[in-house]
Design a protein around this ligand. Sequence first.
Ligand SMILES: [Mg+2]
Length: 465
Amino acid sequence: MSGRILVVDDIDANVRLLKAKLEVEYFDVITADNGPDAIALARKAIPDLILLDVMMPGMDGYEVCRKLKDDPRTRHIPVVMVTALDQQENRVEGLQSGADDFLAKPIDDVALFARVRSLLRLKIVMDELRQREASGRALGAINDLLPDAAQEDTPARIMILEDDEHQGQRLSEKLGGDYIHVLTCDPREASERLRTERFDLFIVNLAARGFDGLRLCARIRSDEKGRLMPILALVNGDNRERTVRALDIGVNDILPRPVDKNELVARVHTQLKQKKYVDTLRQSLDASFEMSITDQLTGLHNRRFMKARLDDALARAARGIEPASVMIADVDFFKPVNDTYGHDAGDRVLQELAVRLKANMRAIDVVCRYGGEEFVVVMPGSDDIAALQAAERLRIAVAAEPFALGQNQRSIDITISAGVAQIRAGEDNEAALKRADHALYRAKQDGRNRVVMDEQSIAKTASGQ
Ligand SMILES: [Mg+2]
């Protein structure tokens, strides 16, 4: 694993020692010997990780960390505080200033590289999400007005797996807070519930005698659903080997036992904050994906999505798996609606038509707004006779009830014309749409408010092929 690491320490010998160690492992190392320089360099070079000395003249490590975490440009960079004073208060203060972890001087190489690898792995996942989100924004598919469920104040759900109930209770009491705690001593129950319910954090005692916590963590990580589940592991303070193994397996954070209440609270807080951020990114990605395949006015699928689904249907038809048909429907005399009642009224008609389309098509049919007042339905599994019946059902449903032009406004009669074609093996989606479109043209020619089947489909039906 490689990456760019910023080393910050006011003592030159410390900087050189860390730099040498990291370069042996092929990390790209940049350095600073004071707080302001470190912040400027972090903004400019955007390292993957920062190793930050706590005790520095002028601006100390806590302040540097707070400034980095307050700045959107550097907020996502993991910070490991390097402290000579391995005191509980310093650790808590560091965590509260936003540090992701701690290392005590003199730095133990094994612990150093385990931490670095663990934080870099997490950062790779985060960078990927951030990048996809940024491109979504650039494409205009994501904006700040999107619903942001992660901002909602639902209490975090935390699963605690401890050796015995008494220990679990004590941990839960120390943790306190506005969280929902689910306590268990059964590793099978824990992994089952983690798989099937929503949890924001999993706290597991790796020193437990009753179960193999490391194995459980490894299994959670290898499962698709547990890949991003934050895990905080409790390890006996002196068990360095287990700490390193846990980090290598993909545990997010380690808390030494005996558990200090403040450190527990601070580390849990850090993990939950991180989880919230990941959830926000993923939700806006989901929303941008949804938007990219949705027609904004009607909520139906858009043309891009329809083409992809039509290609699927064509491929299945070509392989003889199942027939498929396509329908193009168009609102009769739509322009006069806009001209007479205004575009808002026209939009209402299209929205209502979308509702009737959805109501009259099957769940597996792909209903799309093709553009303007034109709609396309891809009907997997339907031959032309079934498609014709479906189109006729829709035509009747549209003509049967007038369309309201808005609340307390008048209603008008609307009709549609539709063309239907069964997809033929070997043709592309343009050809299939063209045949349906040609049938639609004939429906218009023949007087509108009617459904016409593609001529070639009719020929096939007539000859009984
Ligand atoms: Mg110092």
